[in-house]
Design a protein around this ligand. Structure first.
Ligand code: SAM
Length: 319
C-alpha cells in the first residue's frame, strides 16, 4: 500500500510536470527514503514486466501452435514420460503409495467438489491417465471409466492396476490431439497435469471439451505461472528452471543421478516429472478461464489452494 501511495504521488507529480520521470539512475542518492523509493520503482517495473512476459508467452504459444505439429520437444517429452513410467514408477503420490491410494476417493471429491455419490454410474474419461492413479480412484467410486495416454508403458500399468474393475470400459494408447472416437461424450472429462505438456495446450483443450456432455464437467490440473502476490511461486519455478538447466542434454539416467544427489528417493518420480520433459508450459488462471468461457462453460472455479490450477467447470452449452 505504501508503494502504491508513493506511485500515486509520482504519477501526480509527472502529470503536473513537477519533476521529470524518475529513473533508476536519477534515484541514486543513498538516503533510506530514496533507497525505499528505488525498490518501489523496481518492484513496479518488475510487476509490469511480469504482465508483459505473460502476454508475450501467450502470443508465442499461439504462434508455435501454428507450426507443424511434431517438433523435437514433443518427441523428447513423450520419451521422457515413457522412461518415467518404465523406470520410476514408484514413489510418493503414486499407486505404490498406500496412504495416497487410501485417500484417493476423498481427493477426487475435493478436487472436483462433487459428492462421492455423484460418481456412481457416471461416465468418466481420464485423459493422459499416466499409470492410472486417478483411473483407479474413479473405478473405486463406481464410475464407468475410459482412460488414455500416449505412453505405452503407462497403459500397461493402468491395465495391471485396475484389472479387477469391470467398470473400466477401455484403456487406450492415444495421442490427445487425435479424435477421441473410442468414447461417447462423458459426464466428467478429467485431465490431471497433461495438457501443459503437449506443446499446443489450446488444441489439446479443444479436443477434450468435445468429449464433455452438455451439463457435464471438465476438470483440469494445469501448471500455474508465478503470481505477483506470492513470492514462493517464483522461488518454486526458479528451482525447476535451475534443475532443468543443470539436466539439459543429459540422458534420463544421468538426470536421475543428479536428482538423487539433491532430492529424497521417495520424491524422485515427482522431481523427474517436473524437470525432465522439455514441454512444461505454465498458465495464468485468467487465460484458462477465457478459453472455458468462450467454449460455453459456466461455474468455473479453482478448487484447491495451490500454485497449479485445479479447475472444475460445467458445460452449459456447446459453442
Ligand atoms: C504428469 S503426467 C500425469 C499423469 C496422470 N494424469 C496423473 O496425474 O498421474 C502427464 C501424462 O500426460 C501424458 N501425455 C503427454 N502428452 C500427451 C499427449 N499428446 N497425448 C496423450 N497423453 C499425453 C504423458 O504420457 C503422461 O503420462
Amino acid at each position: 500500500m505504501k508503494g502504491f501511495n508513493y506511485l500515486k504521488k509520482v504519477l501526480f507529480a509527472i502529470r503536473n510536470k513537477m519533476f521529470s520521470i524518475p529513473t533508476i539512475t536519477t534515484l541514486k542518492q543513498d538516503t533510506e527514503t530514496l533507497h525505499e523509493q528505488r525498490i518501489e520503482a523496481l518492484e513496479t517495473m518488475v510487476r509490469y514486466q511480469h504482465y508483459k512476459m505473460s502476454d508475450l508467452r501467450k502470443r508465442m504459444r499461439f504462434l508455435v501452435a501454428q507450426s507443424p505439429s511434431s517438433f523435437p520437444e514433443q518427441t523428447q517429452t513423450k520419451s521422457s514420460f515413457d522412461y518415467q513410467w518404465n523406470q520410476l514408477n514408484e514413489g510418493k503420490f503414486l499407486v505404490s503409495d498406500k496412504a495416497f491410494v487410501k485417500n484417493l476417493e476423498k481427493l477426487i471429491c475435493q478436487y472436483t467438489t462433487l459428492e462421492k455419490d455423484w460418481f456412481k454410474g457416471k461416465t468418466v474419461l481420464d485423459a493422459g491417465c499416466g499409470q492410472g492413479r486417478f483411473t483407479l480412484g474413479f473405478c473405486r467410486l463406481d464410475a464407468n471409466v475410459a482412460a488414455f495416454d500416449q505412453s505405452s508403458s503407462a497403459i500397461r500399468f493402468v491395465k495391471e492396476n485396475c484389472k479387477e474393475y469391470t467398470n473400466l470400459i477401455s484403456v487406450t494408447e492415444h495421442n490427445i490431439f487425435e479424435p477421441i472416437d473410442f468414447v461417447e461424450p462423458c459426464d466428467l472429462v478429467w485431465s490431471y497435469g497433461v495438457i501443459h505438456h503437449t506443446g499446443d495446450t489450446y488444441k489439446a483443450f479443444s479436443n477434450l471439451i468435445k468429449k464433455v456432455k452438455k451439463d457435464g464437467y471438465l476438470f483440469l490440473m494445469v501448471y500455474g505461472e508465478p503470481v505477483l502476490d506470492n513470492i514462493l511461486t517464483f522461488a518454486e519455478q526458479l528451482e525447476y528452471s535451475r534443475l532443468r538447466h543443470l539436466c539439459q542434454n543429459k540422458t534420463n539416467e544421468e538426470k536421475v543421478e543428479i536428482l538423487k544427489q539433491e532430492k529424497p528417493p521417495e520424491h524422485l518420480h515427482g522431481w523427474f516429472d517436473a524437470i525432465s520433459p522439455h514441454i512444461n508450459d505454465t498458465y495464468s488462471f485468467k487465460e484458462l478461464e477465457s478459453w472455458l468461457l468462450a467454449a460455453g462453460f459456466v461455474d468455473i472455479k479453482r478448487t484447491f489452494e495451490n500454485a497449479n490450477h485445479h479447475i472444475i467447470a460445467r458445460r452449459q452449452h456447446c459453442v
